[in-house]
Design a protein around this ligand. Structure first.
Ligand SMILES: *Cc1c(COP(=O)(O)O)cnc(C)c1O
Length: 219
């Protein structure tokens, strides 16, 4: 299948499942990204701040840029005036920085909390058991410039679909628990960002609302 045909098929799958497609443009040429822009796509994701800034400068200004990789506190300032959503918040320090810089540019930043669900030792993300304490503290501290919109995670890189399924289920139930808690606004806490090229189908089956797909769309 051509890239374009695959894109259309993926879009209609997302529509059926009420999910949004974030095209992960990392490692791709500006021309290849622009081709999806020209088809009408606007949500793109980058995992490094430096690349995000370069692409943002080189591509049309109505692109909605998602930061999907780790964010260091000292880089917040450089993206806060334009970023559409930060998928990878995993510390109170980062919440503080985002809130502080967003206030200076008078924006409210939509964020997701990144959770470790994979078996691999990953450096980033909260442990599932840390989430409710984190949300309760964020609620008490009240960050007026931040909207906590949901959760994000990556599954273990494995061929074992039942394992991936279990991990996505874990994220889904954490999402539901959090949404039912007193610490988030259920009208705003609506997003589960999970699923990439290798596992987006399993993610959609488990209620993903945002899949982040890169390599499959650029072959
Ligand atoms: C690279 C990346 C993706 C997309 O991965 P593909 O396998 O290319 O679809 C999704 N999420 C994150 C956090 C990434 O870094």
């Amino acid at each position: 299948m051509s890239n374009q045909m695959f894109y259309k098929a993926l879009q209609s799958e997302c529509l059926t499942q009420k999910a949004n497609l974030i095209i992960v443009s990392k490692n791709q040429s500006l021309e290849a990204i622009k081709a999806y822009y020209d088809l009408g796509h606007r949500d793109f994701g980058e995992n490094r701040v430096q690349n995000l800034l370069e692409r943002k400068a080189a591509l049309p200004s109505d692109i909605k840029w998602h930061l999907i990789g780790h964010l260091q506190s000292n880089k917040v300032k450089s993206i806060v005036d334009f970023v559409h959503m930060i998928h990878t918040v995993d510390s109170m320090k980062l919440m503080e920085e985002i809130n502080k810089h967003a206030e200076k540019v008078d924006r409210i930043i939509p964020v997701l909390i990144q959770i470790k669900i994979a078996e691999e030792e990953s450096k980033y993300g909260l442990e599932p058991a840390e989430l409710s304490g984190f949300l309760s503290e964020a609620f008490k501290r009240n960050f007026p410039q931040i909207k906590i919109c949901g959760l994000m995670a990556m599954a273990t890189l494995t061929e074992d679909e039942s394992k991936i399924n279990e991990e996505f289920q874990t994220l889904r139930s954490l999402f539901q628990e959090s949404k039912d808690s007193a610490f988030v606004d259920p009208a705003i806490f609506t997003e589960i960002s999970m699923g990439m090229s290798s596992d987006y189908k399993i993610a959609l089956q488990n209620g993903s609302t945002m899949i982040r797909v890169g390599s499959l769309l650029f072959q």
